[in-house]
Design a protein around this ligand. Structure first.
Ligand SMILES: [Cu+2]
Length: 150
């Protein structure tokens, strides 16, 4: 008769391996849950949405000059899972570095150039396209566009 002897060391090793595997699985699971949007290869059955950078200027009653930058259009609508090429043409303002809140997507729009941002959202919601340098009225914003996914 043979006995399978479990030494204390074997049990500890087994538990250690189990812990590592479980945490790796948890990390992978959490990451896949966090993928709200990704950039597919540009052009793959994608619908084009065009946008430009614009500028409003005025003089206040007390003679102060005001200037704000905008994404135009300020709201776009896409389907969940739809491949979209967001094509942003830089018109006003020399440079607009941007990111899309809740995603890893970022880029720059430069005057006279078109920046293509491939999009595919896996989760419904309203995402903000934010210009880093014109994010607030105190820095010539608000340069925020809303991407509505449903
Ligand atoms: Cu800007």
């Amino acid at each position: 008769m043979t006995f399978f002897v479990l030494k204390k060391r074997t049990i500890i090793l087994f538990l250690a391996v189990l812990t590592v595997v479980a945490s790796a699985a948890a990390v992978i699971y959490t990451r896949s849950e966090n993928v709200t949007a990704f950039s597919p290869a540009a052009g793959e059955n994608a619908r084009d949405i065009h946008m430009v950078t614009g500028e409003f200027t005025t003089n206040t009653a007390d003679g102060k000059e005001m200037e704000v930058y905008r994404w135009d259009p300020g709201t776009i609508f896409v389907e969940k899972g739809e491949n979209v090429n967001l094509k942003i043409l830089g018109v006003n303002g020399s440079e607009h570095p941007f990111y899309i809140e809740g995603t890893d997507i970022k880029g720059v729009v430069k005057k006279g150039e078109e920046t293509v941002v491939p999009l595919n959202f896996a989760k419904e919601g309203t995402y903000k396209l934010i210009c880093n340098v014109h994010s607030h009225h105190e820095n010539h914003g608000t340069m925020i566009a809303y991407i509505v996914v449903d």
